[in-house]
Design a protein around this ligand. Structure first.
Ligand code: UTP
Length: 289
């Protein structure tokens, strides 16, 4: 079955990037000239997704505005002959069929996904974490969807993480199935040092079967007292129903200060309008470091 639906949880508190994220959702922080959430919606569309649900909360209505029409702005751009910008602004509102739902309490990523039950219905669906922007020629969600269609199992996007950072993410027990694809038999969220299994962590994307909602509804709070999506995937893994795909494109953590800086630099040096000037600036600047 083709994966048609995606959920983008974007209702977190963003405490790692305060105070920037106090009034502006971290998902709206820009990478050069587009907010993080737009890159994510574009990846979903490029992966064949037809319907998107963004999980928001109080104070995040600005995301809805971003994907809406903006008549006053559009009229001004048209009237002042800025045809390119006009096209670009209108195109954002036509990107995808997007719905919004509020997570009323910030109880964790797993809880945010659980809110999507009615939207998802009885189909497998993709989850794109709202603060993980993945940029590259091959859309990560497409790689995961292909693996779901092939193996008919839940799929976690995975990456190799240095040992000293693994405690921030999760650790996986994996066995290689083919190039870049692994079966997953164990997953531990925010592992302590003595729980370390491997350097592979589930990061940023997954594709899940609809019965994950029954698991999520019965899940006790896990690490940090939150309902953890990893704990639900762990149950699927124990049933032999999870694989991992080491996605090809590069992930930027827009929920962290360093991730925001890395994204700005790496997108900046390739940006059609800015690349030449920004590269020249950077080359001079690094000499002063
Ligand atoms: P994170 O754990 O990175 O988000 O969740 P956070 O809670 O905002 O992080 P801190 O406070 O900086 O540590 C990953 C994604 O899940 C969403 C977040 O918005 C982010 O895009 N999320 C998280 C929710 O939608 N609801 C939640 O209750 C928690």
């Amino acid at each position: 079955m083709k994966i048609r639906k995606a959920v983008i949880p974007a209702a977190g508190l963003g405490t790692r990037v305060l105070p920037a994220s106090k009034a502006v959702p971290k998902e709206m922080l820009p990478i050069v000239d587009k907010p993080a959430i737009q890159y994510i919606v574009e990846e979903a569309v490029a992966s064949g997704i037809e319907e998107i649900l963004i999980i928001t909360n109080r104070g995040k209505a600005v995301m809805e505005d971003h994907f809406d029409r903006a008549p006053e702005l559009e009229d001004r751009l048209k009237a002042t002959g800025k045809a390119d910008l006009y096209e670009e602004v209108v195109a954002v509102s036509r990107l995808a069929n997007i719905q919004y739902l509020r997570q009323k309490e910030t109880k964790g990523l797993g809880h945010a996904v659980a809110c999507a039950r009615t939207f998802v219905g009885s189909e497998p669906f993709a989850v794109l974490y709202g603060d993980d922007v993945i940029i590259g020629d091959i859309p990560a969600t497409r790689e995961l969807c292909e693996a779901y269609e092939k193996y008919q199992k839940g799929v976690a996007g995975i990456q190799y993480v240095p040992r000293e950072q693994i405690g921030k993410y999760c650790t996986l027990k994996v066995e290689k199935l083919e190039d870049k694809i692994y079966s997953i038999s164990e997953m531990i969220e925010k592992p302590r040092d003595d729980q370390f299994i491997s350097n592979y962590a589930a990061l940023g994307r997954c594709v899940l079967p609809p019965d994950v909602f029954d698991i999520l509804d019965n899940l006790p709070p896990g690490a940090n007292g939150e309902i953890q999506l990893t704990d639900a995937m762990r149950q699927l893994a124990h049933q032999g129903r999870m694989v991992g795909v080491e996605y090809t494109s590069k992930r930027y953590d827009m929920g962290s200060k360093l991730g925001i800086l890395q994204a700005a630099v790496e997108v900046g040096v390739k940006h059609p309008e800015l690349a030449a000037a920004f590269r020249a600036y950077l080359k001079d600047f690094v000499k002063t470091l």
